[in-house]
Design a protein around this ligand. Structure first.
Ligand code: APR
Length: 188
């Protein structure tokens, strides 16, 4: 599904593995320790190669942990991208502990980082919806609202945001929300 915003910017939903889809920047669903893990994080390090962790080791030595809601940038190794933005999503408790703001902050931070680096296409996974337990439909609403609002209201050089959803359940949750924005059309 693709949604073209009034200013010509695009939000696209696809199913698949985020490491296989070309973009200026690929966003990782990382942890505060920037230590690697399973899910998206594992796939990115496996496909991108050891250079990404070597850069994270240097970043960790400088800043320590990366708090939830924020992100750090590395190059992308063997991935079809120039950068990886390692975003730290919130661990979901009950939605009453700042999780929506932190999740929204991940997407906004990554879009700002894309602008600082003149990246025009950015791909996102469904941050926090795996190990971190964020309910898919809530996470989809926050992710899409944040990205659409940024693309519509900021003077941004990002032309396209791609959400790479791993399975049909995630795709359907996002498509349900994006469909409400109006003239969305097309299939995955
Ligand atoms: N491409 C796209 N999406 C993927 C991929 C992939 N290769 N692998 C998993 N996913 C999906 C999951 O199905 C889920 O919907 O990404 C979403 C996020 O899941 P996680 O990767 O578990 O991320 P998160 O919930 O943010 O938890 C982060 O998990 O692996 C650790 O180091 C990571 O500690 C951190 C935590």
């Amino acid at each position: 599904m693709e949604k073209r915003l009034k200013n010509g910017k695009r939000v696209r939903l696809v199913t698949g593995d985020i490491t296989r889809i070309a973009a200026g920047a690929i966003v990782n669903a990382a942890n505060s320790a920037l230590a690697g893990g399973g899910g998206v994080d594992g796939a990115i390090h496996r496909a991108g190669g050891p250079g990404i962790m070597a850069e994270l080791d240097e970043i960790r030595a400088k800043i320590g942990r990366c708090p939830a809601g924020r992100a750090v940038a590395t190059s992308a190794g063997r991935l079809p991208a120039k950068y990886v933005f390692h975003a730290v999503g919130p661990v979901y408790r009950d939605g009453q502990h700042g999780e929506p703001e932190l999740l929204s902050g991940c997407y906004r931070t990554c879009l700002q980082m894309a602008d600082e680096r003149e990246v025009h296409t950015i791909s996102f996974p469904a941050i926090s919806t795996g190990v971190y337990g964020y309910p898919l439909s809530e996470a989809a609403g926050i992710a899409l609202r944040t990205v659409v609002e940024y693309l519509e209201t900021r003077p941004t050089g990002v032309d396209e945001a791609i959400f790479v959803l791993f399975d049909a359940a995630a795709y359907d949750a996002y498509a349900g929300v994006l469909g409400e924005y109006g003239s969305a059309a097309g299939t995955p």
